[in-house]
Design a protein around this ligand. Structure first.
Ligand code: GLC
Ligand code: CA
Length: 551
């Protein structure tokens, strides 16, 4: 039964609505624009969409601060536009996944306003604490976005917890009434026909009882006390039992710092799992420490170790969610690939993860090799986390060095409008775009790649088509070769019908490739490659190959 789950045979496309496509010329991406592009998404071979939040929101965290969970924001076209997209997607056999953001709400949400006024039953919907006798904060935890995790509310004369921005107040999930609200939200959307949820930082919803001070973590204090907290499993089980189990839906949980072993507590298919998949962060940490802002030199071995740990760790037990980009990380071409070899490396990165076992996600613009954005002035950044990093985090570094850190680390690099063509504003809008368009749009855009058989876009189409045709990608086991190489990633996939060998170069030099023992290259068929001519044992810069042996 578990093996028949629909998400195991699909490739999903993530839309970050503000920057996908503006359909009404007001400069902001919307669902009218999405509707126009459904056929485009389908043409990639994607048969599902994950929408970053579409709900009404003041926009402090670009929609992750929700003020109404049961509506669609006017700026995105409202409920009418959403229903049209939902039907349009279903007509094309595409699933639709919503973002569920219930660790916190916007401070503009009605619940919060009633809560600070102590209007029942909302009084305990949030995590309120009085100031300590010595005037200190309720505890020493840090917010991940803005300073300490507590903000003072004048009306109520208490502090509320915010693990993210000040305008994102953490819900008190220990209150059964709050969990009932969550279930109402889930039911509302599932009854409308949506096919599942991506649950935002869901592993943070249960905080350690008593909210003790944290003396373990030097930075990001408290994370050990709110990540995978004491009642997390219980609450997820409740959502599953009361809601998800009644629908044929998929539940994907964002899970910072999760390990494969920990993930299996939630997704082991033989243990009545409370979730279907988890979004791990290990594969995002090959060029940084903890967050993208603490940039280090790209380390392929670290990346390979992460991929293999997840492929092997879940084998036969749980299902992987595969991704290289999303709205929270800078663009991969600029990180693990190369802007100099942009085309080659974008294709190689596609191969590096599209042939692994799991359900791949593609983030808007990734399929044309969009790269990082390098603004000259820190004021040009929009993202709340980025701005805090620059303007509020004390450092002795020069302004230039600090700006450089944003170039490497800011999520805004993934949030510039999708580059549709080489006309003004990259064809994203006929009006004034809400955010800067990456200057490279005249060179990097969908229209020019549509007409080029060798484009990144058409390479993605080929790779996705192949992944769907090859049973070994769906079912086969995984073996890594050449673990010690710091430039090449080689892995095999094998089932009863076929054997695949995948090799990816993460180097801008020529690299010798040692064919792993036991692979008869004379009988191999090269089914995908990002170069025309192949030299059997020498890999060109960012070359990627997929070999196949039919049994
Ligand atoms: C998740 C989202 C991110 C958001 C944060 C707070 O990590 O992906 O975009 O800022 O949660 O909701
Ligand atoms: Ca618009």
């Amino acid at each position: 039964m578990e093996n028949k789950k629909w998400y195991k045979d699909r490739v999903l496309y993530q839309i970050w609505p503000r920057s996908f496509k503006d359909g009404n010329g007001d400069g902001m991406g919307d669902l009218i624009g999405v509707y126009e592009k459904l056929d485009y998404i389908k043409s990639l071979g994607c048969d599902g969409i994950w929408f970053s939040p579409l709900y009404p929101s003041p926009g402090v965290d670009c929609g992750y601060d929700i003020s109404d969970y049961m509506d669609i924001a006017e700026e995105f076209g409202g409920m009418e536009a959403f229903k049209k997209v939902l039907d349009g997607a279903h007509e094309r056999d595409m699933k639709v996944i919503m973002d569920l953001v219930v660790n916190h709400t916007s401070t503009e949400h009605e619940w919060f306003k009633k809560s600070y006024q102590r209007i029942e039953p909302y009084t305990d919907y949030y995590i309120w604490r009085p100031a300590k006798a010595n005037g200190k904060l309720p505890n020493n935890w840090d917010s991940l976005f803005e300073g300490k995790a507590w903000a003072w509310n004048e009306e109520r004369q208490e502090y509320y917890m915010h693990l993210f921005a000040i305008e994102q107040a953490d819900l008190n999930m220990d209150n059964p009434l709050v969990r009932e609200e969550v279930k109402k939200i889930l039911t509302f959307w599932l009854d409308m026909g949506v096919d599942g949820f991506r649950e935002d930082v869901i592993t943070f919803i249960s905080k350690k009882d008593g909210l003790p001070d944290d003396y373990i973590m030097p930075a990001s204090k408290g994370i050990n006390y709110f990540n995978h907290g004491p009642h997390l499993h219980e609450y997820l089980e409740e959502f599953k039992r009361d809601v998800f189990s009644q629908y044929d839906c998929m539940v994907l949980a964002e899970a910072p710092m999760v390990t494969p072993k920990k993930a299996l507590e939630y997704i082991d298919e033989s243990q009545n799992p409370v979730l279907d998949m988890m979004i791990q962060f290990a594969t995002q940490e090959a060029d940084c420490m903890f967050t993208d802002f603490y940039h280090t030199k790209f380390n392929l071995r670290k990346l390979k170790k992460a991929y293999s740990a997840w492929q092997n760790g879940l084998e036969g037990k749980g299902w992987n969610m595969l991704y290289i980009e999303n709205h929270d990380h800078p663009r991969m071409v600029s990180r693990y690939g190369s802007e100099k070899f942009r085309v080659e490396s974008a294709k190689m990165l596609a191969v590096s993860y599209l042939f692994l076992k799991g359900t791949p996600f593609i983030y808007q613009g990734q399929e044309i090799g969009m790269s990082n954005w390098y603004p000259s002035d820190p004021e040009m950044y929009e993202d709340v986390q980025t701005r805090w990093q620059y303007f509020n985090v004390a450092t002795k570094k020069s302004p230039e060095k600090r700006l450089e850190r944003l170039w490497h680390g800011s999520r805004d690099s993934a949030r510039t409008p999708v580059q549709w063509d080489n006309t003004e504003n990259a064809g994203f809008t006929t009006g004034t775009p809400w955010f800067y368009v990456n200057e490279n749009y005249t060179e990097v855009n969908v229209a020019s790649q549509e007409n080029d058989e060798n484009s990144i876009l058409n390479f993605y189409r080929k790779a996705i088509k192949l992944r769907k045709e090859l049973s070994a990608v769906r079912h086969g086991n995984y073996t890594e070769y050449g673990k010690n190489s710091s430039t090449l990633y080689t892995y095999a996939r094998e089932d009863e019908k076929q054997k695949l060998l995948i090799v990816c170069s993460f180097s801008e030099n020529l690299e010798n490739w040692d064919v792993p023992v036991g692979f008869d290259m004379d009988k191999a068929e090269l089914i995908l490659c990002n170069y025309e001519n192949v030299d059997a044992t020498v890999m060109k810069p960012y070359e990627a190959r997929v070999y196949c042996w039919e049994k």
